[in-house]
Write a protein that binds this ligand. Structure first.
Ligand code: CTP
Length: 403
């Protein structure tokens, strides 16, 4: 899966012959799973039509601050366009557009949008070789880089002028690869290995029955997805769960019982940098699993239960460099119980959920958490989606690890 998947890309097109290549660029972004919004300079419409780009991007294309034919007073807000973007790419970036970007000129919608952009901006210059060699162009490129914009170098080859040399806009495939590589490099968990346990465990009573719990796995799966989005290589050890996940950076290993989860966890733990235990592991399992289906009788039935191994506590005993995170689901004396679990299991961080909080707990898409670190520093969060909670948890871990 591409790092561009799900990202909002703002593509700014300025007036160079290479603008015809933006049709290919839009297609490649869409193929990578991105959503593309195109903004054009008015002159660039002579090189590629808005209809082509709106059809390929499946979004309206903007090139003016408002629609002159329209009296309804609606304007194309450059601020909204800029704020919605996860990244902006200006391709082709002509000498003229780069000069205006460098000077903060705002005489068209593309420039106003660029100036409002908070996301990372990439620019792919395209011009004739002498224009590219001119000191003012070099100076403008340096100026743009000093503002934090990322320069995608042009290629050498045949130019529209008939001359040969440097100035040709990088090919769409190379631009996409450049951006993907850059985004991957700057991911905060790049090169890190992360283990997540998720979901319930089922403890067999006989071949058809088990002892389980209401955990859906949603929190653990959201953590796995977030870790992958931040560049980590993820091992997701999941008990029985209907949740789906699809990423080449996530190795999902399905387990059923606490005992299976224990074995798989120990198989992988030593290699991990971060391990988060979000699973609701059964604390007891039947001492004897009946080989045949237990038949109904009139008398009451007693099942002898033996304690399962505490997986988290067992890795807490052997941890070396690993950053270890546990969950605590409590109904009373929440902070005290969570702090004692943090110590008892030798954790670096514990995520406390209280069943008293509305919107927190099993099966829901939301959660309300409190984080407690090994210095007993407490940070409380609002009720949020599990996706946002996963992001908060990793932000805290990254702060602690200084990665
Ligand atoms: N945990 C585990 N293995 C177990 C039980 C719990 O790895 N056999 C982990 C959970 O994944 C969670 C943490 O330990 O990260 C705390 O789980 P919780 O059920 O809240 O605590 P328990 O230690 O089981 O204590 P109690 O049920 O008495 O509250």
């Amino acid at each position: 899966m591409s790092v561009l998947s799900g990202k909002n890309v703002l593509l700014g097109v300025s007036a160079g012959i290479a603008a015809y290549k933006t049709a290919g660029l839009v297609r490649l972004f869409i193929k990578a799973g991105a959503n593309v919004q195109v903004v054009m300079t008015p002159a660039s419409k002579d090189f590629v039509t808005p209809l082509t780009l709106s059809t390929l991007s499946q979004n309206p294309v903007y090139s003016t601050f408002y629609d002159k034919k329209d009296d309804n007073g609606l304007w194309n807000s450059h601020v909204d366009l800029a704020l919605q973007a996860d990244l902006m790419l200006i391709a082709p970036a002509t000498a003229n557009t780069m000069a205006k970007m460098a000077d903060g000129n705002v005489d068209n919608l593309l420039l106003a949008t660029y100036l409002s952009a908070k996301a990372k901006v990439y620019f792919a210059p395209a011009m004739d070789l002498d224009m590219f060699q001119h000191p003012s162009t070099k100076h403008n490129i340096q100026k743009l880089q000093s503002y934090g914009n990322i320069f995608i170098p042009p290629a050498s080859g045949f130019l529209a002028s008939g001359l040969m040399g440097e100035g040709r806009m990088a090919e769409p495939e190379d631009i996409i690869k450049f951006i993907e590589d850059d985004m991957t490099q700057s991911l905060p968990l790049k090169g890190k290995k992360v283990m997540i346990t998720a979901g319930p465990t089922y403890e067999a009573i006989d071949p058809v029955r088990f002892i389980g719990n209401h955990s859906s796995g949603k929190m653990g799966f959201a953590l796995a997805q977030q870790a992958a989005n931040m560049g980590a290589e993820v091992v997701l050890i999941a008990g029985p769960s209907d949740e789906k996940i699809n990423s080449s950076f996530i190795n999902r290993i399905n387990v059923i019982s606490a005992d299976d989860m224990y074995k798989v966890t120990h198989q992988y733990f030593k290699d991990m940098d971060i391990a988060i235990f979000a699973a609701a592991v059964a604390d007891y399992s039947p001492a004897v699993v009946a080989g045949q289906k237990i038949k109904k009788k009139d008398a009451s039935l007693h099942i002898d239960l033996k304690p399962t191994q505490d997986i988290l506590a067992s890795v807490g005993k052997i941890k070396e460099h690993q950053y270890l995170v546990g969950f605590a689901l409590e109904t009373n004396d929440e902070l005290e119980n969570a702090k004692s679990k943090l110590k008892r299991k030798n954790l670096d961080l514990i995520v406390l959920n209280s069943l008293k909080d509305k919107g927190a707990g099993f099966k829901l898409d939301t959660n309300k958490i409190t984080l407690i670190d090994s210095n007993e520093k407490i940070t409380s969060f609002e009720l949020k989606s599990k996706k946002e909670v996963a992001s908060d948890i990793f932000k805290e871990i990254i702060k602690k690890l200084h990665v």
